[in-house]
Write a protein that binds this ligand. Structure first.
Ligand code: ADP
Length: 584
C-alpha cells in the first residue's frame, strides 16, 4: 500500500481539549416557543458548538444536534484531520467524524477555508462543524452545503458555483426527484427495454393530460379499485389521498393518480414503507452507493381497505404524529419508526424471511431508477457546472414491500431525512451522514478562491499539494482524449477492443480511476452497487455508452481479484504527475 503523506504528522500536536464540548438544550422536551430556533456559539474555531432545536409534529420535541452527544463516550486516539489519497500527488480529503469521535484539529490557515452553509440540515452541519468547518450564512462564501434544492426553473444558478464549492444536488436530478418526471423517465425505459424489466413503479397517470387513459384503466377493473392521488412535487403526505371513486378526482388539476398497492406486507396489522439512502457522488462516471441501514415508517392505524383514513394508508410522520397513539422510540427499535436493521431481524426471526433476495431486488430497482434519470442529470452537470466536483446527491428512496415481498418505488426524495425530523433517525443518520460526507471527497479549497476576491484564501500559505486543484475537475478533454473516448464508445460491444482501454491511460483516465478507487476506500458503511464487476449488465439501459463507465468496468474486471496490482498501475502514472499533465 502507498505510504501516507507526511503532512498528517504536524497536526497531531495541535490537540485542542475542548473539541468535544457539548451544549444542551435546557431540558429534554420543549414547546416550539421554548426552543431557541438555532444557536451558534462562537466559542473558538475548534470548539464551536452548534445546537438545533427542531419542532417535531408530535408536540414540539426539542432536539439537540451537538458536536458530541451526552451519551457518547469520546473515542481515543484522535482520528486524522485529513484522509490521504491512496496515490501520490493527489490532495487529501477532509475526514468527517460522528458524535463520540474526535480528530486532530486543522491549523487556522486550513480551517479558515472550510466554511459550511448555515441554512440547511442541522444534522449535516453539526457533522461538518465537528470535522473542522465553521458556519457561514453567506451562501456565496460557503464551500459545503446540505440544503434543499433549487427549483427546476432556477437550474441556471448552478453556473454560479465555483470549482471549490460542493453543493448537494445535481442540476437535472428533478428528473427522478419529482413524481411525475420519475414516471415519465421510467416509462421511456419501459418503452425501450420492455415493461417487465422496469415494473417497479405502480401504474401511474398524469392528469389532466392522461384523464382518458386513466378512465380506461379504471373502468377495466371496476371492482375493488383503489387509487392514490398525489401532487407531483410535494412531500410529507401533503395533498395525498386514497380514493375509490373517479368523482373524487378534482377536475383540471395537475395531479398524479397512481394505482394503490392494496396488498402491502403488514407487521402486526400495520402498513409500513422503507426509506433507503442512496448516495450518488458522480453521474458520469456513474457511481452509486447504498446504505444498508435505513428507516422503516409505520402507519399508526391497522390496515384495512374498508377505511380510507390517511393514518391507515400513509406512513408519513407528518400524518401519523397527529395520532395520539403515535409512539417514537429514539433508538428506532420499537414504536412507529424502526431502523431497517430491526426490520431485517424481525423478518428473519418472525417469518424466516431471507433479506438478501429482497435487498438484491432493491439494488436492481434503485440502479434502474437512477439510470432512467441519468441522461438528464448528466446533461445538467455538463451544461451548468464549471466543475464536476460541485455536484453530488443523496437520494431517499421510499420503498414499499407488498405481501409477495416485491419492492415498489413510491418516490425518490432529494435531500432526504436529514431535515426537520432528523433527530428521530439519529442512530441511522449520524453514521450515514458522516460516511456520505467522507464519500463525497471534500477537499481543501484551492487558491482560485482568491480570483473571486475571497479574503479568506488570499495570500495563501497552504502548500499547493494539499489543495483542490481545479485542473482535476476540468471537463475539458484534449483532442487525443476525445478520439480515444469516441473509439471505445463506438466499439463498446467488442470485448477484444475494450480490453485494451487500460493500455494507454490519458490524464483524464487516471483522474477517473484515482477518484473511483480512493472514493471506494472511504465508503465507510456504504456498499458500492455501481460500478461492480457484474454491473456491465446495466450498460444496455444507458441512453448512450459512457466511456468513463467502460473504463472503470475494464479496470474492475482486470483487477477485482488483485486490487493492489490495479492500484500500482495507476500509482505509477501519478508518481510521474501524468494525471495533472495538460494534454492540450
Ligand atoms: P410524499 O412525498 O408526500 O411522502 P409518497 O408518494 O411517498 O408522497 O406517498 C406518501 C405515502 O403514501 C407513502 O409513504 C406510502 O405510505 C403511501 N403511498 C404512496 N403511494 C402509494 C401506492 N401507490 N400504494 C400504496 N401506498 C402508497
Amino acid at each position: 500500500m502507498i505510504p501516507l503523506n507526511n503532512w498528517t504528522t504536524w497536526a497531531i500536536w495541535m490537540v485542542v481539549s475542548s473539541s468535544s464540548m457539548t451544549v444542551k438544550c435546557s431540558g429534554s422536551t420543549h414547546t416550539a416557543a421554548h426552543c431557541p430556533k438555532r444557536a451558534t456559539y462562537g466559542l473558538s474555531d475548534s470548539a464551536q458548538t452548534f445546537i438545533d432545536c427542531v419542532t417535531a409534529t408530535n408536540g414540539g420535541v426539542c432536539e439537540e444536534v451537538s458536536l458530541t452527544s451526552v451519551k457518547d463516550k469520546v473515542s481515543e486516539p484522535l482520528l486524522p484531520a485529513l484522509t490521504p489519497s491512496l496515490f501520490s500527488n493527489v490532495p487529501p480529503y477532509i475526514n468527517f467524524i460522528m458524535p463520540g469521535q474526535r480528530k486532530e484539529p486543522l491549523p487556522d490557515n486550513i480551517s479558515r477555508r472550510l466554511l459550511w452553509y448555515d441554512g440547511g440540515s442541522p444534522l449535516v452541519a453539526a457533522t461538518a462543524i465537528r470535522s473542522g468547518y465553521s458556519l457561514t450564512k453567506d451562501f456565496a462564501m460557503a464551500v459545503g452545503y446540505y440544503v434543499g434544492c433549487f427549483q427546476p426553473s432556477e437550474v441556471y444558478k448552478f453556473q454560479n458555483f465555483r470549482p471549490s464549492q460542493k453543493y448537494n444536488h445535481f442540476p437535472g436530478s428533478w428528473s427522478i426527484g419529482c413524481k411525475d418526471r420519475l414516471e415519465l423517465a421510467v416509462r421511456k425505459m419501459k418503452k425501450a427495454h420492455g415493461r417487465k424489466k422496469f415494473d417497479f413503479l405502480p401504474p401511474t397517470f398524469i392528469l389532466p393530460e392522461e384523464t382518458n387513459l386513466l378512465k380506461k384503466a379504471w373502468n377495466s377493473n371496476p371492482n375493488g379499485n383503489l387509487w392514490i392521488l398525489k401532487p407531483p412535487c410535494f412531500h410529507g403526505g401533503r395533498g395525498i389521498e386514497v380514493i375509490r371513486r373517479q368523482e373524487q378526482i378534482p377536475a383540471n388539476a395537475r395531479l398524479m393518480v397512481q394505482r394503490y398497492i392494496s396488498n402491502p406486507y403488514l407487521i402486526d396489522g400495520h402498513k409500513f414503507d422503507m426509506r433507503i439512502y442512496v448516495y450518488v457522488p458522480s453521474i458520469n462516471p456513474l457511481r452509486v452507493y447504498l446504505y444498508p441501514d435505513g428507516v422503516v415508517k409505520f402507519a399508526t392505524k391497522k390496515f384495512t381497505t374498508d377505511d380510507l383514513d390517511s393514518m391507515v394508508h400513509l406512513t408519513n410522520i407528518e400524518v401519523n404524529a397527529k395520532n395520539p397513539a403515535y409512539t417514537l422510540d429514539y433508538s428506532l427499535k420499537t414504536g412507529h419508526k424502526w431502523s431497517l436493521n430491526v426490520l431485517k431481524e424481525y423478518l428473519r426471526t418472525n417469518n424466516g424471511t431471507d433479506w438478501m433476495p429482497i435487498w438484491e431486488n432493491i439494488k436492481d430497482i434503485v440502479l434502474k431508477t437512477i439510470i432512467s434519470g441519468e441522461p438528464e442529470i448528466w446533461e445538467g452537470v455538463r451544461k451548468y457546472l464549471q466543475s464536476k466536483y460541485s455536484g453530488h446527491e443523496l437520494f431517499g428512496f421510499d420503498i414499499l414491500l407488498d405481501n409477495n415481498m416485491k419492492p415498489w418505488v413510491l418516490e425518490v426524495n432529494k435531500s432526504p431525512g436529514l431535515y426537520p425530523h432528523s433527530g428521530h433517525f439519529r442512530p441511522v443518520n449520524d453514521p450515514m451522514a458522516k460516511d456520505m460526507l467522507n464519500l463525497a471527497g471534500f477537499r481543501i479549497p484551492g487558491n482560485e478562491e482568491t480570483d473571486h476576491g475571497n479574503e479568506i484564501t488570499s495570500g495563501s500559505d497552504v502548500p499547493d499539494h494539499l489543495l483542490l486543484d481545479k485542473r482535476w475537475w476540468s471537463q475539458t478533454l484534449s483532442g487525443e482524449e476525445k478520439a480515444k473516448q469516441k473509439y471505445y464508445c463506438d466499439n463498446y460491444k467488442n470485448e477484444t477492443i475494450l480490453s485494451t482501454i487500460l493500455d494507454n491511460l490519458t490524464p483524464n483516465d487516471i483522474r477517473i480511476l484515482v477518484d473511483t478507487i480512493d472514493e471506494n476506500s472511504r465508503r465507510g458503511g456504504f456498499d458500492r452497487i455501481f460500478p461492480r464487476v457484474d454491473t456491465d449488465k446495466y450498460f444496455r439501459f444507458f441512453q448512450k455508452p459512457r466511456y468513463c463507465n467502460i473504463l472503470i468496468h475494464q479496470w474492475l474486471k482486470r483487477f477485482h481479484k488483485n486490487e493492489t496490482e490495479g492500484i500500482s498501475l495507476v500509482e505509477a502514472h501519478c508518481k510521474e504527475l501524468k494525471h495533472l499533465t495538460d494534454q492540450n
